[in-house]
Design a protein around this ligand. Structure first.
Ligand code: ZN
Length: 176
């Protein structure tokens, strides 16, 4: 499931204030329709008729509503029908689930690579994952940017790089 993003000034947008209620409703349902089907803001002529047929008490010509939307440059005409910029976002609940699974996978990889020891003090307890370059400074969530760190080293380092925290990374011990 994806979410359509509407900012809280959406209804007050100068362009939207000037269009008819039917066109406004058509635009909102077109956004949901396109997001649900993953068409990325593309609405075919057929989609237009389907959407217009769902507008309660609308008896006019769907093409007039589309013209209204293109006149105000909310929609653009294309060879297949219409297009409008659609802002979507994945359902945060799904993203969290995915991130948790990813995090667990990375945790296994990183802890085993680092021999289940803190890379700052070699402690073996309360192990967490630390971003070498913090995400706030553009660091990735990839295992190459992750190291094993005990809870106290991790909180001491905070959102700093090993250099700026004066906490050099210890090399990975290779067991022979
Ligand atoms: Zn430590």
């Amino acid at each position: 499931m994806t979410w359509v993003r509407l900012d809280d000034g959406f209804a007050d947008h100068p362009k939207l204030e000037q269009i008819s209620d039917y066109a406004f409703r058509l635009h909102v349902s077109a956004m949901c329709w396109s997001s649900r089907r993953g068409t990325d803001g593309r609405i075919s002529k057929r989609d237009l008729y389907t959407l217009a047929s769902r507008l309660v008490s609308f008896e006019g010509n769907p093409l007039d509503l589309a013209t209204e939307l293109t006149d105000f440059e909310l929609w653009h005409t294309t060879e297949y029908g219409y297009w409008f910029p659609l802002r979507t976002r994945h359902n945060p609940a799904e993203k969290t689930h995915h991130e948790t699974r990813e995090h667990r996978k990375h945790r296994r990889i990183v802890l085993s690579r680092d021999g289940y020891k803190c890379r700052y003090c070699t402690r073996r307890e309360f192990l967490t994952l630390d971003h070498i370059v913090p995400p706030s400074k553009g660091g990735s969530h990839d295992p190459t940017n992750l190291v094993t760190a005990c809870r106290s080293c991790n909180s001491r380092k905070g959102s700093r790089t090993p250099q700026s925290a004066s906490m050099p990374l210890l090399p990975i011990e290779v067991s022979s």
